[in-house]
Design a protein around this ligand. Structure first.
Ligand code: ADP
Length: 443
């Protein structure tokens, strides 16, 4: 065993995969070398000169493999040399057994699909290509009358042909079966991994929900006591103490926002959606009046085009548009901040566009901003948690829609949303909801 180990260049010892592959090929080769060398005298003895030649070339090829392995320090895969070696053996067999009409030619073709299963694709392609070239060379030689002599007797030839054929069929069948078995195994594994992933995802979401939910009330009491402390002892603490208190208060507020956003995110997936008539004009009206009531959006304006009535859940649509409009005003330095909400009914979908004249962003971030906790700015520049757009994405996807952004730095951003037309409110939805009410199902 240590002899075989010593044959493998030291640098491949660390990579277990390469090491094992070279190791197994060496063992196969040693057996080949031993068998072919012992058959040379046997074939010579029974006067089967061609057989002796074939065995002689086989052993040369096997020896060649060891030489290459020992001297070529750039070897990255032993497979290439193994393929070359088998090719030399097969070609020598064909040369001595009738050229193009050799029964072994069939074997060469049989090895092709097998090599695709066992070797890397590149090696298998190289293998198939070489066989094709050899086939063309042999055929051309035959056409131009090169005398490949068929040294085998008709009986031996027939037996070899029959065995070749049976083995060929077996190889094809087993290759196909292996392929099928492999495929179904991969499928099973995939299903298992998928369900495991789903479970762990659900667990994580549950964890996020429970953790943020349980953190909410102690944090609320921390904030209340900070406020109380501030009120009662404001005059008794010095400037530095006040500064510390402000830092504590700001951080507690940030934490509260974060917890609320995480809660919203985990709720957004599992929330049981209401099926009600939602007039999006009313949704936007509420949002706009809420924004108007806040003094930090004094220089902001929201323009809304007529919107449709849909069959969905009022709260989640309010949350969706609120997040996007808030962002349009928040990430905006302009003196006349403007966010416009436009709507277009297309042939197969409903299309919404939320456009702002804010700071915009580079194309590299178009996808990233929809991921959890992804922010392009620090908390000192803009307040936020990096969850709002992830929630928007969840809401849109849960309704079978899509959301994406296009933007230009310093010019503004456009958030595009599409929904299937099936969410439009129609007389049919009215009937369906009525039916459900009659059945006593809560909606
Ligand atoms: P948050 O606003 O709490 O940071 P969001 O998920 O809503 O989280 O947004 C993620 C990031 O995407 C923001 O931090 C901001 O950098 C960027 N962003 C979102 N909306 C806009 C917008 N309208 N214009 C420019 N950048 C935006």
């Amino acid at each position: 065993m240590s002899f075989i180990k010593s044959l493998i260049p030291q640098k491949y010892h660390a990579d277990r995969k390469v090491f094992r592959s070279i190791y197994s090929i060496i063992i196969v080769d040693l057996i080949l070398l031993f068998v072919s060398l012992s058959f040379v005298p046997v074939f010579l003895f029974i006067d089967f000169i061609e057989g002796a030649y074939i065995m002689f070339y086989s052993s040369l090829a096997a020896l060649g493999y060891f030489l290459v392995l020992n001297f070529n320090k750039n070897l990255t895969t032993s497979g290439n040399y193994f393929v070359l070696q088998i090719l030399i053996i097969c070609l020598s067999m064909m040369y001595f057994t009738g050229g193009i009409s050799s029964p072994y030619l069939f074997w060469l073709f049989c090895i092709c699909p097998v090599s695709f299963l066992f070797f890397k694709e590149k090696i298998a392609l190289f293998w198939a290509g070489t066989i094709l070239v050899s086939f063309i060379v042999l055929a051309t030689a035959q056409i131009f009358g090169y005398p490949f002599e068929q040294q085998l007797t008709p009986l031996v030839l027939n037996i070899t042909w029959t065995i070749s054929f049976i083995f060929g069929v077996l190889i094809f069948v087993s290759t196909f079966r292996n392929f099928q078995i492999g495929l179904s195994k991969v499928n099973q594994q995939l299903k298992k991994t998928n369900s495991e992933l789903k479970n762990s995802n659900q667990e994580l979401e549950r964890f996020a929900y429970i953790a943020s939910h349980d953190l909410k009330s102690p944090l609320r009491s921390v904030i209340s006591f900070i406020t109380l402390f501030n009120k009662r002892y404001k005059n008794q603490i010095d400037e530095e103490g006040q500064e510390f208190l402000d830092i504590i208060s700001t951080n507690a507020d940030q934490m509260q926002h974060l917890i609320e956003d995480i809660l919203e995110y985990s709720k957004s997936k599992n929330r049981v959606l209401k099926k009600e008539k939602v007039d999006l004009n009313k949704v936007l009206k509420q949002i706009v009046s809420h924004i108007d009531s806040k003094d930090f959006y004094l220089d902001g304006k929201v323009q809304v085009s007529p919107l449709p009535e849909i069959e969905s859940d009022f709260t989640i649509f309010k949350q969706l548009f609120q997040n996007l409009i808030d962002n349009g005003l928040k990430y905006n330095h302009g003196h006349h901040k403007l966010v416009s909400v436009q709507y277009l009914e297309k042939e197969t979908e409903l299309y919404f566009m939320i456009k702002d004249n804010g700071i915009g962003m580079e194309e590299a971030y178009f996808k990233k901003i929809f991921e959890m906790f992804q922010r392009l700015h620090t908390k000192n520049e803009y307040q936020g948690t990096g969850i709002g757009l992830a929630v928007c994405k969840k809401i849109v996807q849960n309704q079978g829609g899509k959301i994406w952004v296009t933007s230009k730095l310093n010019e503004g951003s456009i958030f595009h949303i599409t929904f299937p037309k099936s969410i439009l409110w129609s007389e049919k939805s009215k009937e369906q909801i009525k039916d459900k009410n009659l059945l006593g199902v809560e909606i």
